[in-house]
Design a binder for this molecule. Sequence first.
Ligand SMILES: C[S@@+](CC[C@H](N)C(=O)[O-])C[C@H]1O[C@@H](n2cnc3c(N)ncnc32)[C@H](O)[C@@H]1O
Length: 257
Amino acid sequence: MSTTPIITPTANSAELAYYEYLSRMWWDNKTSVASLHRMNAIRIPWVVETLIKLGIAKNEFVNTDQPLQDLLILDAGCGGGFVTEALAPYGCTVVGLDICSEILEVAKAHAALDPSLTKNITYVLQCIEEHAEKNPEKYDAVIAFEVLAHLNEPELFLESCVKCLKPDKPIFVATFNRTIASFFLSIVFAEYIWGFIPRGTHNWFRFSYPNEIQEILEKNKCKVQEIRGQLYNFLSKTWHWSGIQALKFSMYAIKKK
Ligand SMILES: C[S@@+](CC[C@H](N)C(=O)[O-])C[C@H]1O[C@@H](n2cnc3c(N)ncnc32)[C@H](O)[C@@H]1O
């Protein structure tokens, strides 16, 4: 069932239609969405360890099994909730925000399968621009994973994400690099030769250079602390960190006071 889409400068209607279609298979491990889910194996520990390392996680909880207690985290462009759900068991409250209502319904239904998760998760159907207006400097961390390549005006999206952040807190961003290698690996190979991602998932022109994202963040009073590359092993079907940023990169930056 299709509902009225949220019209916002950052929304790309073709991408939203695609995510509406993908929502039906989001949590099915046998489908193409699985390669996104597999990123959790490295990206969730990275976020948790970084929050501990930066002293954002509160001292009294660091050595417990819920080290992120009392933190409020925004998962911007949360999709069906891979990141939101994976962070909630660490004790933080996670707000999953997306503008695709179908995908949020899937996210809510999946989270409801585990009642221990639901108290820590809120899903919000709203564009980031409006969310930022209503929730300035509210969050202890903002995550924008794999969303920049699926919207219009990534600069406005990131600016709004930063607005939601408290000073001295981190924003985490991950997206595809705009290189010849990413064109061949993520589009020609993954979509057309191997075929494990549906054709049309990626638009190479929406990929970003790490320095472009760094510039946007620094224009918005953030200081980039780390940029790391990410590669996929097509045989073992696992993601791993790498010094090579040619396919994908992840970075985090701290908002200055
Ligand atoms: C590839 S999914 C990423 C899901 C999730 N962040 C992850 O990494 O598992 C991209 C998501 O971005 C959402 N999206 C696209 N444009 C958006 C916008 N302007 N504001 C919020 N979400 C948006 C789509 O609806 C989709 O759910």
